[in-house]
Write a protein that binds this ligand. Structure first.
Ligand SMILES: [Zn+2]
Length: 304
């Protein structure tokens, strides 16, 4: 590093009044003899002063500040950094930083590191499945979400592209170990097209294949995954009984998942639709009589 580069890397420290002793003497001696570094320092100083002169445009409202403090104060102790990690962060802050950082800057860095550790803890605890193992989504529901996301990322091309439920049902015959017949309410009722089938493919689950069918409703993707009820048992989440069936609702990574078993098959519907995602049920229940059924699955205001 030549002398000018070395000086430029210390301008921020100089302007923060954090250079001391021989570091400060050497810095100022260089400015006396180098026009270009002197200009760099005064340019940087003008910039900092203009920033300081302007008030923050959007101060955080008191409610947001209070909420942030509440979250930070309420972070559960198990997610605080263990003592060895704290010691290592402290050592690296004090030893490795240029000009052996001291004072305000080191404190600011330590505070930033502490906040990162707390946020990482919050992120980790938010990502963990619900603590109660009985509420945890089934492996099948997780697989359905994974299938949905992989398809959105373009990692699961269709093996059959068709908007016909009959074509799709025929394609699965002999490929899966269960019988799957997709209903065709729309065609038979002649009602408005509520959704389109896009295509389908096999997806692996346990040691067998499950059927994956992709739908679109008003431009939003809906995933239906079906397997035999010997391979998957829906469980956990919020259980709602309707018409003798038990539906398990989950929100996983922001997606709504409904899983249930009926007549030998286990189903999972994944969507980003509103409420519990119950509108995704129309892919099989588009008939007028089924509208009540979908209404039944809506969260009631007293259960929300
Ligand atoms: Zn210079």
């Amino acid at each position: 590093m030549n002398n000018c580069d070395d000086i430029r890397s210390r301008i921020a420290f100089y302007l923060d009044d954090e250079l001391r002793g021989s570091d400060l003497t050497r810095f100022e001696a260089h400015l006396d003899e180098c026009n270009s570094c002197r200009r760099a320092v005064s340019g940087e100083r003008r910039f900092i002063e203009s920033v300081r002169a302007s008030r923050p445009l959007y101060p955080a409202p008191p409610a947001l500040r209070a909420e942030t403090e509440r979250i930070l104060n309420g972070a559960p102790p198990p997610y605080a950094a263990p003592p060895e990690l704290r010691a290592r962060i402290a050592r690296s802050l004090w030893n490795d930083a240029p000009f052996s950082l001291k004072g305000r800057r080191a404190l600011a860095l330590a505070a930033a590191a502490a906040i990162i550790v707390v946020l990482a803890g919050l992120w980790y605890s938010a990502r963990r499945p619900v603590g109660d193992p009985l509420k945890r989504p089934s492996e099948f529901a997780m697989m359905a979400v994974n299938t949905h996301l992989r398809h959105l990322r373009g990692q699961l091309p269709f093996e059959i592209t068709s908007d016909s439920p009959d074509d799709i049902s025929r394609w699965f015959a002999g490929k899966v170990s269960f019988s799957l017949v997709l209903p065709n309410y729309q065609q038979s009722s002649g009602q408005e097209q509520l959704y389109q089938i896009e295509g389908a493919r096999l997806v692996a689950f346990k040691n067998d294949y499950a059927a994956y069918i992709a739908y679109q409703m008003r431009g939003r993707p809906i995933t239906l995954v079906v397997t035999s009820d010997r391979a998957a048992t829906p469980s956990g989440g919020e259980a709602i009984v309707s018409r003798g069936l038990t539906f398990h609702y989950h929100t996983i990574d922001g997606l709504k998942v409904i899983a249930w078993s009926d007549r030998g098959l286990t189903y999972a519907l994944v969507s980003d639709l509103e409420e519990r995602g119950q509108q995704s049920c129309v892919v099989c229940h588009a008939g007028t009589k089924d509208r009540d059924f979908i209404e039944d699955l809506k969260p009631r205001s007293d259960t929300q």
